[in-house]
Design a protein around this ligand. Sequence first.
Ligand SMILES: [Fe+2]
Length: 312
Amino acid sequence: MGELKCANDLLDDREALAAAWERDGYWFFRDVLDKEVIGRIRQTYTDYLLEMGVARMEGPSPRYNGADVSGLHLHTALTRLNDAKVHKILHEAPTINAFFAKLFGCDPFWIPFTMHRTNPPVSDRSTSRFDLIHEDGVYNDGLPFLICWVPVDDIDEDTGGVALLEGVHKGPCLHRREGTNILPIDEQDVPSGQWRRTDYKPGDVLMMGLHTPHSGLSNISADRFRMSLDTRIMPSTGKVPLVGTLTEVTKTGLKVEDANGVHELAFDSTSFVRGHQGDRMPLHEIPDRYKPGKEVIIAFEDRRVVNMRPQN
Ligand SMILES: [Fe+2]
């Protein structure tokens, strides 16, 4: 795989930044985020792994101790870290916000849609290293965010991390569909010479667009955890979504409360409400799965829901 282009030299040149984004579909910045803040996040991951009984310490990083990890959900949602709102360590850090304010030329708007990952080594090394090739856009129509992928510890080639396809973001969409289901992108359908990655370190950040295909890479290290998070961000001057709590839901519409008050929105036949698998939920099923009290993110247009998904 080729090496990601580093965009640090473009940070003071808005035109060059825009041109790189248009050409490549991503920005990679090396050693720009406050490492003390990233260290605090790493500590929450480490505490979690030690508490789960799957790690031992060796130097500053946890190492996999060989324990059975089936059923622990280490690979995906890590619900406990979401419930503890660990993303706030990043989203509320003044130094982190200062970096993104410089990048955007305005305050950042964070979207509370964060995945924490502490993947242990895989046991089966005979399969493809791509976890799931996808673009985020097909699941999040109308939410104009940038993906913000942050290594929380050193992540080398064996440990995996994320890889993306450079310059393959202008379409056509490589996902196939079966009815309302969106299928992952097939490894055979992508230009394999465009894969890019790097050896990631705390302080780095990789940002990519909604239509940039990417995949996690399996961890084939001896005993390291691949620790990273991905979250969502956009310039606050953009068309930001509603981020709030549902107070009422029917199959025709909803009320959602945020810091500015209560907003009433309607569903229509084009509203994309995300189901459990990232698929589109039929309107009549919404009140069962999205109840008052649920924290949501909603893209809207003229009082109509364009896209709704849970916060996490
Ligand atoms: Fe993704």
